[in-house]
Design a binder for this molecule. Structure first.
Ligand code: UDP
Length: 561
């Protein structure tokens, strides 16, 4: 918090404590209440907002924590910008991306409208650079904008599977260091998956003329994708037809892209404000019996939805187009963090049907309560402006076109001192690389320490073992049950990772950001299986990462090793 979030004066001295940070945010966000209510209403909600944040039950996305109540006032984490096939348009997108990143937001683009590399340019008689070349310019911009020194910017680059440059795009991140400020995803259509299943050939099509530029076996492209993902973690997939089936405002536009980590499919110029509920804070311990506090959860969801709707109101928009569509659709993305910690407190292994069923039940509950909260706000404040053009018209007046989304919570889960998003524990002892400073942070899993206290297990042998290996595997002196509860990401079979993602996606309006972490020994066939299953199960996107497939990764298991 000190290096990234707490405010400083112009000499670099800290001028805020964590409590003052939450007070600043609660106050700024509660100001929106004055449009519909009294001073008393605003201070009442300010208190509630402060309570949920101070208790670490709910935290908004980083830009809100950094910028609410400051001159920046840019509070959203996620943006999608259109990139059209004209030089001026490409650089307009770049200009906006630089501004968004300067204010701590992340940007996603679909580059499929750009004409392919070496295409003739009529006006200048030259040849086109193509999508991958332009991405290098976007990447360099991010490199030097660095989000006000607070974090590195993030981009999502997407290219449709039928773009003539798709082969170059699929492999563009294989070499370590290339396009390092981008996550890349292939925009997959159902038609492509059908061609793959039938082992048919696939047409690469010029985006402007619609002419077929090349025919290639679907399988050949697919193998290139899985091979690249196996080699370097990129590309992921985004399933554009699935996404558009759930597009809440199809008459406003088609969705072509997501934000950097994939959890929010958005229309051009659209943004989304995220916030996450810390599930581990809703597990109560009554004399050794742990239960979920459903009432507390419902109350927090209600407060969080109001908080996020207020953010839309007080947000500083960086262009008139962005303001128009944000106010038009009022998308918010309430999600969760601390899932693995909550499961460990409930003593349920991640790798179990019980965990997957609970995931569904929990997210259904959050979705229903978010829906009710948004409907309640609609009564007070009205429907979102594009409601008449949405799938909710005419029977379901609601305030927000989307309400839920599961973000990676990369930083806010560290502030909340819990496991990130819906991920299993990465390791029980680990070294985390500070991404801005040359510093590693060493951590031991708190839930494990508490579990050992609760079950009177002598910690020294366990601690020594996990410092060396990061896991409980191979330790003979502890109960099997404890080993199952504390299984880590790389020990958990990929199918179980997918089951959790699918369970949460079932009740999430936007998408679920999840990395299927694989051990180093995982094969290309494993990647093939995971990517195909993800599409079949109706996921909106999929990402894998094979341990040590890149030399630099932000988190390493074990401490002494
Ligand atoms: N994001 C970004 N830069 C980063 C990390 C995240 O721009 O270094 C954006 C990106 O759009 C991502 C979203 O923030 O999808 C949410 O990421 P996360 O939940 O990890 O952010 P946190 O709020 O925990 O910082």
């Amino acid at each position: 918090m000190e290096s990234r979030y707490l405010r400083r004066d112009k000499y670099g001295n800290l001028i805020e404590t964590p409590k003052q940070l939450f007070q600043r945010v609660a106050h700024a966000v509660a100001q929106a209440e004055l449009q519909w209510g009294t001073d008393k209403d605003a201070s009442c909600w300010e208190r509630r907002f402060l309570d949920v944040m101070m208790d670490l039950r709910f935290l908004p996305n980083s830009p809100t924590l950094m910028n609410a109540g400051t001159p920046s006032g840019q509070l959203s984490a996620c943006f999608v910008l259109p990139v059209y096939d004209h030089l001026a348009d490409i650089f307009s997108a770049l200009r906006l991306a630089a501004l968004i990143q300067q204010h701590a937001g992340g940007t996603g683009f679909n580059f499929s409208h750009l004409r392919p590399k070496n295409d003739r340019l009529h006006r200048t008689q030259g040849t086109a650079a193509g999508p991958v070349s332009f991405m290098k310019i976007f990447n360099a911009t991010t490199e030097y904008v660095k989000q006000g020194g607070k974090r590195r910017g993030a981009n999502m680059g997407i290219l449709g599977i039928d773009h003539p440059d798709i082969e170059e795009f699929i492999t563009c991140k294989r070499k370590e260091g290339n396009l390092r400020n981008f996550n890349i995803s292939i925009g997959i259509s159902d038609a492509f998956m059908a061609a793959l299943e039938q082992d048919a050939s696939w047409k690469l099509i010029h985006p402007n003329t619609q002419q077929v530029v090349k025919k290639i076996k679907a399988r050949q492209l697919w193998d290139l994708v899985t091979e690249s993902a196996w080699t370097s973690g990129d590309p992921g997939l985004i399933f554009l037809d699935t996404i558009n089936t759930f597009n809440p405002t199809p008459d406003i536009g088609k969705i072509e892209a997501t934000n950097p980590c994939g959890e929010v499919p958005l229309l051009s110029n659209e943004s989304c404000n995220l916030g996450s509920i810390n599930l581990s804070r809703f597990v109560d311990d009554h004399q050794g019996q742990t239960t979920l506090d459903w009432n507390g959860l419902a109350q927090t969801v209600n407060i969080a939805v109001r908080f996020l709707d207020n953010v839309i109101e007080i947000n500083n928009y960086l262009s008139p187009e962005m303001r128009k569509i944000a106010l038009g659709n009022r998308k918010i993305g309430l999600g969760v963090m601390g899932w693995a910690e909550a499961l460990s407190k409930l003593e349920i292994p991640y790798e179990s049907n019980k965990a997957v069923h609970l995931a569904e039940r929990l997210m259904k509950f959050i979705a229903e309560n978010s829906w009710n909260a948004s409907k309640g706000l609609c009564k007070e404040r009205g429907v979102f402006q594009n409601w008449e053009k949405s799938i909710y018209y005419p029977n379901s007046p609601v305030r927000n076109a989307t309400r839920t989304s599961i973000a990676p919570t990369g930083t806010i889960s560290i502030i909340a001192d819990t496991s990130s998003s819906i991920e299993p524990f990465f390791a029980l002892a680990y070294q985390r690389q500070h991404i801005l400073q040359d510093e590693t942070l060493e951590e031991i899993n708190n839930s494990l320490i508490r579990y050992m206290q609760r079950h009177q297990i002598e910690p020294s042998v366990v601690t020594e073992h996990i410092q060396q290996t990061g896991t409980l595997s191979g330790l003979v002196s502890i109960p099997e049950k404890m080993k199952n509860i504390f299984k880590t990401a790389l020990e958990i079979a990929p199918l179980w990772h997918l089951r959790h993602q699918t369970a949460f996606q079932k009740y999430t309006d936007n998408a679920v950001s999840k990395t299927i972490n694989l051990p180093k020994e995982a094969t290309r066939e494993d990647v093939d299986f995971i990517y195909k299953t993800a599409w079949r199960e109706g996921l909106k996107g999929i990402t894998i990462f094979r341990y040590h497939s890149r030399n630099s990764q932000v988190i390493q298991k074990g401490i002494l090793s």
